[in-house]
Design a binder for this molecule. Structure first.
Ligand SMILES: CC(C)(COP(=O)(O)OP(=O)(O)OC[C@H]1O[C@@H](n2cnc3c(N)ncnc32)[C@H](O)[C@@H]1OP(=O)(O)O)[C@@H](O)C(=O)NCCC(=O)NCCS
Length: 157
């Protein structure tokens, strides 16, 4: 998010928290595996060196997850951080929780010296990423795990 855009409004009942890879599983299953051929919720990179899992708790309940993995961008930009597993519980989508996670993940990526944050984004979510300041790059592709159309999105830090 650029300095000219308003930051997501902080609300006392919404807390960005560090969580474990395993704590991401229920939200990943409900949100990211609802309509996919696989129900696998673990990612191979979940325990990669430097991988960080950020979530949002609303009144103590975990309602959103994201995973931030040190990994060069597809164009070779390094150091970089890949965002995976971005998900907000259905009943709270569109209420600013995803924006909170993007802001927190960007702060984390900056803190480890990353030049960019990037993701393989579902086409369905591209408008969200563009709204959050990401740029869509390259041709679309079908992700092997989900069988859904995707594009790479990149945000310079
Ligand atoms: C995509 C997703 C993570 C966004 O999280 P969220 O908590 O709903 O996002 P926010 O409420 O912070 O939305 C931020 C902004 O993007 C907009 N937005 C959110 N989802 C959008 C979408 N699918 N299309 C267009 N705009 C969208 C919101 O309206 C909001 O805009 P505003 O600030 O002008 O009101 C969430 O909708 C989700 O889990 N979707 C299903 C799973 C998914 O596709 N994950 C991404 C995998 S790559």
């Amino acid at each position: 998010m650029s300095a000219t855009q308003p930051q997501p409004m902080a609300r006392p009942d919404r807390e960005v928290v560090h969580i474990t890879a395993e704590e991401t599983h229920p939200v990943r299953l409900a949100v990211l595996r609802a309509d996919t051929p696989t129900k696998e919720v673990a990612f191979p990179e979940d325990h990669a060196p430097g991988a960080v899992h950020l979530g949002v708790r609303v009144d103590g309940t975990l309602v959103a997850t994201s995973t931030w993995i040190p990994r060069d961008a597809p164009d070779g930009t390094s150091p970089a951080v890949q965002l995976r597993g971005m998900a907000t519980a259905g009943h709270l989508q569109g209420t600013g929780i995803g924006a909170l996670l993007i802001a927190a993940g960007r702060d984390h990526a900056r803190s480890i010296g990353a030049a960019v944050v990037w993701a393989n984004a579902r086409d369905r979510a591209l408008a969200f990423y563009e709204r959050e300041g990401f740029t869509v790059v390259g041709d679309g592709f079908v992700d092997a795990t989900t069988q859904l159309p995707h594009h790479v999105v990149v945000s310079r830090l």
